[in-house]
Design a binder for this molecule. Structure first.
Ligand code: SF4
Length: 137
């Protein structure tokens, strides 16, 4: 059985929009591996966690298992995404279910509010990925 992934709330949307960019070589390598695992097997399980997750584990901004160098921003993103997607710590989704959940619960308008303050937002790939998902039959 595939290894269970852990995501803090805002990383569901980030993973939908991930295009191989990130904070360091190690971060990108780790993220690509996670994205590959999810896309190769959409039944891979993902557990919602409150603090450091499978993506944070290789982030150069990580300080310890609880906080990172941009904690204020990250806490706001997590709170906003939890609310927008009605996520609770301990929830478990397969990647397939997670995408269905995003499609049902996230709109472009909600995305702009939930992702406010993220430096990656201006590149447009996250919005584009969300629009593509919403448009899928
Ligand atoms: S804009 Fe930022 S927080 Fe929002 S999905 Fe993209 S990378 Fe994640």
């Amino acid at each position: 059985m595939a290894e269970k992934i852990k995501f803090r709330p805002h990383h569901f949307m980030c993973t939908l929009g991930f295009r191989g960019k990130g904070y360091s070589l190690g971060f990108v390598r780790n993220y690509k591996k996670i994205a590959q695992q999810l896309n190769d097997n959409e039944e891979t399980q993902i557990e919602v966690v409150q603090f450091m997750d499978s993506i944070c584990s290789a982030c150069p901004n990580k300080i310890d298992e609880i906080v990172c160098k941009t904690q204020d921003k990250i806490s706001k993103l997590d709170a906003a995404h939890s609310a927008a997607l009605s996520l609770k710590v301990g929830d478990i989704f397969t990647w397939k279910q997670a995408k269905e959940h995003i499609k049902k619960n996230m709109s472009v308008e909600k995305f702009h509010t939930a992702c406010h303050g993220c430096s990656w937002k201006e590149y447009g790939v996250c919005q584009q990925s969300l629009e593509n998902l919403i448009e899928q039959p």
